[in-house]
Structures are given as C-alpha cells and as structure tokens.
Ligand binder design. Sequence first.
Ligand code: PEP
Ligand code: MG
Length: 893
Amino acid sequence: MAVKKWVYLFEEGNKDQKDLLGGKGANLAEMTNLGLPVPPGFIITTQACNAFSAGGKFPPGLMKQVTAALKRVEKETGKSFGDPTNPLLVSVRSGAKFSMPGMMDTVLNLGLNDETLRGIIELTGNARFAYDAYRRFVMMFSDIVLDLDRHHFEQMLDDMKRRLGVKLDTEVGADALVQLVARYRAFFRKTMGYDFPGDPLQQLEMAIRAVFNSWNNKRAVDYRNYHKIPHDLGTAVSVQTMVFGNMGEDSGTGVAFTRDVATGEKVIYGEYLMNAQGEDVVAGVRTPIKISELGKQNPRIYKQFLAIATKIERHYRDAMDIEFTIERGKLWILQCRVGKRTAAAAVKIAVDMAGERLITRREALLRVDANQINQLLLPGFDSKAMEEAAKSGRLLARGLNASPGAATGIAVFDADRAEELGKNGKAVILVRPETTPDDVHGMLASKGILTARGGATSHAAVVARGLGLPCVAGAEGIAVDERRRQFTVDGRVIKEGDEISIHGTTGEVFAGAIKTIEPKLEENEDLRALLEWADKERRLGVWANADYPRDAQRARAFGAEGIGLCRTEHMFMEAERLPIVQKMILAETPAKRRKYLDRLLPFQRGDFEGIFEAMDGLPVVIRLIDPPLHEFLPNRLELVEQAATLRAESPTSRKLKSLEKMLAAVEGMAEMNPMLGLRGCRLSIIMPEIVEMQTRAIMEAACRCKKRGVDVHVKIMIPLVGHVNELKFVRDRLEPVAKQVMQEQGIDADYRFGTMIEIPRAAITAGEIAAIAEFFSFGTNDLTQTTFGFSRDDAEGKFLLKYVEDKILPVNPFQTLDRDGVGELVRMAVERGRAANPNLELGICGEHGGDPESIFFCHQVGLDYVSASPFRVPVARLAAAQAGLSDTAFKDK
Ligand code: PEP
Ligand code: MG
C-alpha cells in the first residue's frame, strides 16, 4: 500500500488547502508561490495529526517524509540541520483550519544545541544573540513540549536581572546569558531526571508530537466548544526556517494589517520593534513603534513592505494581517491571514472594497457577520471614558450581560419612584434584588435595569430585551437594601439618587456617569449602504416585534417593513392601567368585567393609534391577550405575608378585607403549569369580553387613523390555537365586533384575522386551520417549548447549559431554531397551510426571527417574512440577504 503524503513543501500547496494544511500553512504555501520572501519550510498535514490522535503514534512514513523535506529546505537555504558550521534552525508552529489565537503553541530556534550554538556565534559574531536564542529555546521547548512551566525559567531570568540591577531583558549581557543557560539546563536535569535533548532531529520529532497533542489540550477544546469549531479537524504543523529580528539594529519584527481593523480605514495599521523577536512585540516589555515610523527609519524596507502588503491584499481580496521580520536589512514575510476586525471595520472594509471593485457587492454582503452588526446600533459607552472609569476604581461589579446596550442614570430602588422620576425626565437606572411583573411600569420609565439576582431568563432579562433596555442581571457582590434605598458592594454604598452606569453588553456596573453614544443608522453611511444592497438581494420581508409607538418608530428607522408582533398585554402593565386590569380580572360577573374593560378601552385605542401612525402604510400584527391572568395580579407569597401582618396589627381593617379578597382570587387562579394552562385563545373562550374590547379598540383606532389619512393595515392575531374550533370560536365572536365598529365609524378599514402556530397540533392540522386564517405567524418560542416539552424558564435555568456543554443538543434551541424537530413542524405547517389556502401569509415572530441561522431556515422553507426585535432588524435584513444569496451566490463573480 502506498504511504500517504503527510508532508508538503511550501511550494507544493496553496491557499485553498486549509483543511489539509491549516490556515497558516495554506497561506505560507500561497505566499511562497506568489514569489514573496517567505523563509523556506514545509507543512505536516492535519490528516497526520488525526492519524496520530487515533493511533497514539506517528503514522507510517511520517518522519521519513519530514527528513526528506528537511533536506530540500537545507538545499534551498544552504544551511543544514545539526551542522555546527552553518546550522539550520527552525520554528515549529501549530495551525488549524480556523485560527485559534493563543490556543496552541510555538517553539522557536529549534535545532540549537552546544555544537550548533558555536556555529551561530561564529557566523554572527554575536555571542549575546546566540545565547539569548538558546535560552529562549530551552524555555519554550521545556514549557510546550515537556510541560515544564515557563514561569520557572522566567523567575530565573528575573533573579538574574535583579542581581545585575537591570530592568530590560536586552540589558542582560552575554556572560550572564551563558550562566543563565547553564542554570536552565541544570534545572531541567534536576526536574526531569535527564539531560535537555540535544539531537535536533529528536527535538523536532518531540515538538511535532507536542503540537499534535496540543490539539486536544483543555484550552483548545474549550475554545473550539465556544466557537463551535468541530473537534475532528486536527491541526497542521508548519516547520519553517528561522529568521531573526534580534540580530542588531538592522533587524526587527512586527505585525501589520493592510487596513485599520478598528475603524476600517484604508491605511496600513500595525507596529514593530527593532532588534526584537516576535514575542517581545506581544509581551509589552518594550513599547512597539507605529508602522508608519518605519518609513522614516528605513524607507527602503518600508517601501518594499507596502508593495508586498498591497500585493497580498489584492491577491486575497481582503484586509490581511501580516507578520514580518527584518533580518540584517532583509525583509521576510512569516505569516498572513485574514485580519480579524471590529464590526464597524467589517462593514467599512466590505463597502469600500466593493467601491474599489476589489469584490462585488454580493461578496461584500457575505463578508459581514450579520450577528455582529447588532452592536453598531446599540447605545454604548465611549471606550476611553470606560477605560478611565475602570482605572480610577469606579468599576463596582460585574454581572450577567442580560440585555445589550449601555446607560447612565440615578439609582432608584422601587418601580413607582422610577416611574415618577422617569416621567419627570430623569434618567433612571432601576436597581432591584430581582424584578417581577409588578415592576414593569418602573422598568418602562427607566434607562436601564440592574438586578442582584437572576440569570439570562430572569424576568428582568427577558423584559429588558423585549424593551430594548440595557440590563445587567445577577451582579455579583451587590446587596440591595430596599428599605434604606441603597445597595452596597465591597463596602461601598450607593444611595438613591447616586449616579451609576451599566453596560448590558459587557455586564459591567460603574459608579458615576460615563459618556454614552447613541448611534443612528442614518449617520452610518457604510452600514446604510450595505443594508440597501441587502434589501435588493432578499426575498424575505423583515418586520419587527414592537409593543409601543416608540419601538415601532425605531424599528421603522432601522428598516422594518411592518410589525409582526405587538404583544398587547404589556400595555396592561402600565401604572395607571394595572389597577383597572386587576379589578377587571376580579370582577364577579361579565357585566362588571365589561365596566372595567370600558375604562381600559381608551388606553388601548390610544396605544394602537400611536402604532398605526408610526407604521403608516405598513402592516401591523396585533396579538390579542396571551398570558395567564395571574401575571397581572400580585405575587401570592407577598400577599400571604402582608395579610399575616395585617391580621396581627389591624384585624378589622378594610385593607385586610380587600387583601384577603385578592389573595382568594390569586389562589383561585393558581395553576400547576401556567404555561400550559388558561392562556391564549383558551382565555378568550372562557372570558371573551377581554378580546372583544381589544378588537373594538383596534378597529376604532384603525378607523380613526384612516379618517386622519393614515394608511392602516391591521392583522388581528389569535394566539395559542391547537384546534381549528378554538380559532373558529374566537373569530366568530370577534368578526361581528369589527364589522360593528366600522359601521359605527362609517368607514371601512383593511383588517384580517390570523393565528399563531405555536402548538404542535396546530402545525399538524395547519390545513384545517388555514381554511379560516388569513395568516400564520410561527410563535417559535412556544413551539420550541411545546415540541421539546421544555419549560423555557426551567430549562434555561437548570439544564440547557449542560445539554449544550455535553453536546446533547448542539445549541440552545430557544436561540437557534431546531431544524430537525421544530423546523419540521414549521415546514409541515407551511406546506399544509398553503395547500389549503394559497393566499395564506406566513411569518415568524418568535425570537428566532432575529437569529441569522434561523432566518436562513425561514428563507429555505419559504416564509414571507421574519419579525425581529427593533435592534435586530438590521441583522435580519443582512441575514435575509445572505440567505437569498445562498441560492444565487457568486453567479456574477
Ligand atoms: C412565541 O411563542 O414565539 C411568541 C412570539 O409568543 P410569546 O413569546 O409572547 O409567547
Ligand atoms: Mg407564544
């Protein structure tokens, strides 16, 4: 059987072989073939790594191919491995298909031993340099190959510097380095029980083995888990002739990007150090110099570097990250890869490159990670101001980054006060141990939310995300004292009225104000251009979930083409309404209930008018009341406590009577599984008066707006239908209300009735349901809960994390749609629904509507639109275009 090819010389590969040669190796090969000055070398394939991992030993023929490749490199360089007169030294680096920065390791100066060291001294005439290289090699090799921690060696170097009374490594002279090397090796012998390996070929073999093994070290495995990189790719190993940037003042080393990867600007961006090795630039011992300075220091090399950088960028058609070394006045390119960039830079570079005709507009669209652009539009802190705040000790605590964005305001400790101050125009941060529905009116009036307890699915987190408010939840070490209206952290006290700043994107909490920046889409020309190109490439409509006129306006400014979900119950939570809502719920007869509903009607109508105005000319889907009624009532335990106190203190008070009445109602309404209980259309069937009022409010608002010249298209959505008869029952009650309102108002309005598909039975019987629904909207939050049989709050809080960690599930299905299960139900409902009613309009309004991967799926199954929260509308526009391009991608290339 022929032995596999495990080893490729640089000139044998190319950039499209990342699977086999790793990203680094493939680019070294490509640059070599481009004629760039790359130090010669070879690559051991990822397949060799995988064969090693599977069999626990090198695959047959590997070392033979390695020595053959070495011979070729020796020939090219005129040096030879282990030769004391002209020794070849190499670097050994890992390089997987995807770059995993800092996750695996590099050994430099391999090939050094007592004999080759003498050769280096003779050739360079620089004993200090040679011993420094040797010292570094012993340290790196021991650390990376033999797990002998480098800090032992660093300690010895520090001791030496102290004894010499010097600060910088470069001030340690040759004699001292000779001693240090001797000390390193003695330490090695003592700890390992054998001599430091001197045979270069043995060193190489051990280093290759170590790189292979590093693929499965904990850091690498964790990194891959986090970045969803498959574990079976393996790493390649590149072995490359060493060039030295520390051979004197005519040598140096640096890293540069072909464009500014922070802003995207078209300027070379990077830094370098003369007389230094790569690790010195990173280690921060000496301050590197801006690359533009090289133009003054060494114009010849700088010009050559610029020409190479341009060539590399044009060739790769992307902003590249280039590592280089200057060895005694000669420039060498050691590595290039696609430069990692900020979201802002990604957008600017893509748009600029399309303008320069380096890439097509379609390629530009595919270059930007849709998820990343979300952060460009959220309010944030000025990064300098944030750094300064941290430096001056104002960082109070860290919590969960529960809802992105940033805000500064005064700390307020109860919802009523937050509402009062907020309505008076004060910027308020509501600080609570944790929030409940009772706090919503205060949250609405706040700029941000901070809680001491609770996780990603706590009430605070979920509501804040829905409202687009920044939220830090479960902030560590914060003790909230509601009675004294203050919180303490690390002995510091923050009182009501003190200014604090929270960063929901990072989870940080600061004392005092930090300058906030609120980006606007119309001011970001590049993003706007990119999204306009996206709009031309997408088939899917992009709508928004918005409950308030201000959300609707924001969504529209971000490019939403309709409202896909207006959750009306949020409107019930506001301060002046909640007491009426509670009385309505507690009413003993439908007639009494109607009385309170009549009082609620003008509020709801006002809300709807605001939304219709904001969405003039666009469709608005309004969902009738969905949650179980107990969510509008006070917490049972708190009522029990208050009643107990009153019974002791004033047993005959009226307050106690009403409290007991409330308690009885709350207890009467308690359910074992409220998520599966009396909610959605079930509630509308038991208490139709509520949705009759809502329908009246919607239609009155529609007619009034229309009279004012607003173009209204309203879609009334009935939630949680599982059986066609439920929908039929509710629609039959509501249709006459709609008609009656139009008659009263003397004007017709464009309205439709439709339903959510969020129960598996509804998906399965979608054909029957479509016969009496004009539209479907997939409520994939509930559909995921009911398909998996998970209660979201319990699952995310208790076991989902472990499921994902242990790969029982690939991802959290509440974030990214589960194609095989939930997705199949969606597909089935689309097919059956459309077959029964070809005019059926199909959308999605679960949180998946803002997730790029799920949007891809929605495109594939043929939905008409996705609906996302306002801040994710730009994400959805780009993701929908990328999905569209997957059908046609690169046809125009
Ligand atoms: C859903 O279930 O997907 C949905 C949008 O409704 P809610 O999240 O309000 O239950
Ligand atoms: Mg739902």
